[in-house]
Design a binder for this molecule. Structure first.
Ligand SMILES: NC(=O)c1ccc[n+]([C@@H]2O[C@H](COP(=O)([O-])OP(=O)(O)OC[C@H]3O[C@@H](n4cnc5c(N)ncnc54)[C@H](O)[C@@H]3O)[C@@H](O)[C@H]2O)c1
Ligand SMILES: [Zn+2]
Length: 350
């Protein structure tokens, strides 16, 4: 299956395929390609890819530490030493950290060379690799240095997910659940009664959920590539989620923080009369069923609230939350009463 994304260029997200076969096709006519992969996952790509191109492997530190200016410098040196030209290709194989870094390396080398994303985590497949945002971290914060720079193709091979822990698998599904609430009721139907282990063993269900979530993101970014009003809906559950990520010093996965953020939104929207108690309960039931957290520390509230005001999506000094009024019907809420926010938080805090 192919889902097209229209951004500064139109590119395919190729789903349910064998990544090596797909990659071989994309290498036809190329002289050189560089695979950027984390040191931890280097072993899983060592078998040869069928191609006449010269394939170089650039291993980088695993996870967030790999998304640094030091790594990027090293990659620029490697590309320079190998004589990479505009007709060569960068290939990112890994989670969101690798695709973010490799995409930015591709955006900056010779003012932009082609790159292909091969996400290996659920979060990477449904979120990081789709939408054209590339970045590295700065000492002053995550993702502060980056560019909008779309890949030429994204290859999704769900067999990568087999080696993920249940925790990482579920954390990625939080973004799938989000896509359900903001746009696709069928996702929620499919995921409703699924325990994580049953889901993982059902390849067809994983493919359907991942494809649907990608379709949701693809449609939103195609209509609003550069993160204006339309793209903001992808931030459902994320304003509190980002604040929790900061507060726990990234101890919890991004998807886990977003899960708590969506549980909070359920309570907030219920108290404002925006959604029914059934829909609020559906948030909690689905997230809990997947083993995702739906509560956080009560005493963290003052710090969470001030981070929410600083969240980049909150535009200046206003606090702006993406809301739903029903499944797939999104809206925005500006500067809600802090007493109402606290009351909703108390329902999801321990
Ligand atoms: N560009 C965007 O629009 C966007 C959107 C969301 C998130 N992101 C970024 O994505 C990153 C998070 O991505 P992530 O959740 O994929 O984390 P990650 O890339 O840090 O990977 C998490 C861990 O999983 C391991 N891993 C990767 N694939 C594996 C596999 N198949 N089997 C076993 N282990 C595997 C990695 O080695 C790593 O240790 C963050 O840096 C975030 O800022 C970007
Ligand atoms: Zn997210």
């Amino acid at each position: 299956m192919i889902i097209e994304v229209q951004a500064e260029r139109t590119y395919p997200v190729i789903i349910d395929t064998a990544w090596k076969v797909e990659l071989s096709k994309l290498l036809v006519g190329r002289n050189k390609a560089a695979i950027i992969v984390s040191e931890k996952m280097q072993a899983s790509i060592k078998d040869l890819i069928a191609t006449d191109a010269e394939v170089l492997i650039f291993p980088i530190p695993d996870g967030e530490p790999g998304k640094s200016s030091a790594t990027l410098n090293k990659i620029w040196d490697w590309l320079g030493a190998a004589g990479f030209t505009r007709s060569d290709l960068i290939i990112a194989i890994g989670g969101g950290a690798v695709t973010d870094l490799a995409g930015f390396a591709a955006a900056s080398w010779l003012r932009g060379i082609d790159w292909v994303a091969i996400p290996t985590t659920v979060a990477g497949a449904v979120d990081a690799a789709i939408g054209g945002k590339t970045a590295i971290n700065s000492e002053y914060g995550k993702n502060l240095i980056g560019a909008f720079y779309s890949p030429s193709a994204v290859i999704i091979d769900v067999s990568w997910f087999d080696s993920l822990s249940d925790r990482d698998f579920a954390a990625g599904l939080a973004e799938v659940v989000k896509a359900g609430f903001i746009s696709d009721a069928k996702i929620l139907q499919l995921i409703s009664d699924s325990k994580i282990l049953d889901l993982r063993s059902n390849r067809a269900a994983v493919i359907e959920l991942v494809s649907r979530a990608i379709a949701v993101k693809a449609e939103i970014v195609s209509s609003d590539f550069k993160e204006n009003f339309g793209r903001e809906v992808l931030n459902y559950g994320h304003t509190l989620g980002h604040a929790i990520e900061l507060h726990c010093k990234y101890d919890l996965r991004h998807g886990e923080c977003v899960s708590i953020g969506m549980a909070f939104m359920a309570q907030l929207q219920l108290s404002l009369g925006l959604i029914s108690s059934e829909l609020a309960q559906q948030h909690i039931d689905i997230l809990k069923n997947l083993g995702l957290p739906t509560t956080y520390k009560r005493q963290a509230w003052p710090s969470l609230l001030s981070s929410m005001y600083l969240d980049k999506k909150s535009r200046g000094k206003t606090l702006r939350l993406v809301t739903i009024k029903g499944i797939g019907i999104t809206d925005r809420l500006e500067n809600p009463d802090e007493k109402i926010l606290l009351a909703a938080y108390e329902k999801v805090s321990l």
